[in-house]
Design a protein around this ligand. Sequence first.
Ligand code: ADP
Ligand code: MG
Length: 610
Amino acid sequence: MAKASSWADWRSHGRGRSELGGALATLRLAFFGLALMTATINVLYLTGSFYMLEVYDRVIPGRSVPTLIGLTILAFGLYAFQGVLDLMRGRILVRIGTSVDAALSDRVYHTLVRMPLKTRTGADGLQPLRDLDGVRSFLSSAGPTAFFDLPWIPLYLAICFVFHVWIGVAALAGAALLILLTLLTEFRTRGPSLATVGLAQTRNALAESSRRNAEVLQAMGMSSRFAARWQRANNRYMASQQHTADVAGGLGAISKVMRMGLQSGVLGIGAFLVIQGQASAGIIIASSILTSRALAPVELAIAHWRSFVSARQSWRRLNDLLRAFPQAEKPMALPKPSASLVIEGVSGAPPGVQRLVVADVSFALRAGTGLGIVGPSASGKSSLARLLVGVWSPLRGKIRIDGAAIDQWDPEELGRHVGYLPQDVELFAGTVAENIARFDPEASAPAIIEAGKAAGIHDLILRLPEGYETEIGEGGAALSAGQRQRLALARALYGNPFLVVLDEPNSNLDNEGESALTQAILGVRARGGIAVVVAHRPSALAGVDQMLVMQEGRMSAFGPKEEVMSRITRPMAVPTATQAPPPDGQGTAFAAAGSFGGIPGLRVVQGQTA
Ligand SMILES: Nc1ncnc2c1ncn2[C@@H]1O[C@H](COP(=O)(O)OP(=O)(O)O)[C@@H](O)[C@H]1O
Ligand SMILES: [Mg+2]
């Protein structure tokens, strides 16, 4: 039967009990209570039929007013009781939904944030939250009630048979037809509703990226083209939505008509039996009511089938997701690092990509050193930086801080000892102080000001309208690119982390900003930290003493800065910008600066790493 198989799927999809299943299992008591209430309610549903049976077959022939009054009071009492139970059942359902959400929302959020670091992100990264909402709202709706009611259908049918075989047969045939309809609904809506979710994701992702790139769309007159693209995606989504709704709605209408037909049919059969003298008038009406009562849960199930199917699909997606991102055990706390950063044969690739973009990189840095990483664009500098701070996990090799591989650290804990300035600075809506303090609610003003001073932006911040309390808007929209970069530098330096990794920290800086940057790097080294600076202009390397040259994802040189510099700056090999213009602007910067132009083979070879 449809109900049985879907519930089995629902409860234990996949191997063993899933995390979601576990969350539901803790609500076992609530479900048991629901089943008990449903049983009582279903027995109480018989009140109407039996009241009618008694009135027609006993009260009217016997002309007994006291019996009528007694029966009526009893019936009303039972109705009231049923009403109270119904109300409680609804409330329990809502609370089950809330509990499931409370048990899982934190976990789903954490998974959502880790997802882009581990896999190639799908069209719509927020789907897991929507899935959780879907599951919760289905659990809280009248949908599950239908499933609790379904097992009681046989009881009603049995009573119909007790009234008369023919009535029983008619009700049974009706039930069979309706269940067949339910199955049909299941098969015909499963595919379309899955497709609808996919189309909705595409559509939402398109809208989101248009919103993010609003300036580009406006400046280059691309708005209407993107509007048309969005419209097409939206049309496909709406068509799919409509198709699913049509299928479910059509079958719902058929089932309603059938139920009405059946009710009258049973009445007709009853009348025939009365004429034949085989049944009483009370039985006709009672059984007609009973039949429609028996089939009401089926109709309710059909009505909720669409939300059931989509909740079940959400459930599966969530289960798959949570299985792919098992809850990490909190590793033992390690002492504050203070000695070394060691990279042992590290290779890495972007999440969900098979091609290595960093291959076999090894070096060691002692506390107090500064490393400059140079190389043409797409040589894997940023990828190496991401590996160093633990954003990506190495596919081979180890990154050790004071001997402990970074995967032995609790990420939150490690984060305190790491400062990272990504190439594309990402700030969050909030105040300057909040952004510098990494949104730590317990941050102290002196620590924030210390970071501001270390990054050389204390004075600059004081000149903002509200100083450290200035709201910087979504993504730091209220700041210039250079201000954003320097604010992100302060954030990287906040709390004096042991390892500070700066990815092209000077790309938007003026001379003053660059000298502040050099001071910041020297400051990190002076207090016994390690600074790693990715650069494409030599001016950013004034503060470092070691140098690594990356090329096509591999290290082509490593050592003390002067040594590496002298090796890679052989004057006769320096191509001038006019002789051999490199294919990109960055290469031009190298050549013009004259420092790295002579790195043998230092050409841009896009996407040709091992
Ligand atoms: N998220 C990503 N997905 C796919 N490829 C990526 C991703 N990030 C980087 N790459 C690829 O890795 C290579 C190195 O990129 P990157 O480390 O950013 O170079 P660099 O910082 O030296 O300019 C490039 O070929 C780039 O296309
Ligand atoms: Mg880069």
